[in-house]
Design a protein around this ligand. Structure first.
Ligand SMILES: Nc1ncnc2c1ncn2[C@@H]1O[C@H](COP(=O)(O)OP(=O)(O)OP(=O)(O)O)[C@@H](O)[C@H]1O
Ligand SMILES: [Mg+2]
Length: 187
């Protein structure tokens, strides 16, 4: 028998994302499998592709766009065009911390929405014990993306991790495996 994985974070699935379109497509695949109540935390340096991924999520969910980099707003609600849950897109970059996060009343909308939080690591954990965590890194340095190069396609890797009961079933794990494999989901 293979050993039962222990509770908490499960081992991540690593994807190679050669272009911004590949990052968006990953978001589309992920968006298609998300349900109301799901929380996705996006981590990565400036220009890593978090908003690009969130745009794909919006597309996969079928919500009204455009999903943009919120400059002045911290959270934006994108209603569904297909009778599904809305996408709540949060940019926590300017949030002072957990207290300001509380001010957004996200837990009010969490159950009914799919919530995606850029820069959410370290602040959203209190919102839900169940979440997906996507870490975007550039290749090869693994560090923050060079802002000057950000406009051109440069390879990223994404690590897709899942935390909590929601993602612990065999079925949910299989869904995440499929999302992490572009060839299997293509067409
Ligand atoms: N493989 C890639 N994946 C994603 N974006 C890429 C890739 N290659 C190049 N890019 C470019 O990098 C930029 C990523 O911008 P994006 O706004 O998605 O990043 P971000 O992580 O949300 O930034 P911020 O930290 O400012 O919120 C875009 O201009 C996009 O076209
Ligand atoms: Mg962004």
């Amino acid at each position: 028998m293979s050993p039962e994985p222990r509770g908490g974070a499960r081992p991540g699935r690593v994807l190679t994302l050669a272009t911004a379109d590949a990052t968006r497509e990953f978001g589309v695949r992920l968006g298609r499998v998300l349900h109301a109540g799901d929380l996705v935390v996006l981590t990565g340096g400036l220009g890593a592709g978090k908003t690009t991924l969130a745009q794909g999520l919006g597309e996969g969910l079928g919500v009204r766009g455009p999903v943009t980099s919120p400059t002045f707003v911290i959270a934006r609600v994108h209603p569904s065009l297909v009778g599904g849950p809305p996408l709540v897109h949060v940019d926590a970059y300017r949030l002072g911390g957990a207290l300001e996060l509380d001010d957004l009343d996200l837990d009010e909308s969490l159950e009914q929405s799919v919530t995606v939080v850029e820069w959410g690591h370290g602040v959203v954990e209190r919102l839900s014990g169940d979440r997906l965590e996507v870490v975007l890194r550039n290749v090869p340095s693994g560090d923050e993306v060079d802002a000057e190069a950000a406009g051109d396609d440069t390879e990223r890797t994404a690590t897709l991790g899942a935390v909590g009961q929601r993602w612990s079933t065999v079925e949910a794990q299989a869904v995440l495996d499929a999302v992490a494999q572009p060839s299997a989901a293509a067409g």
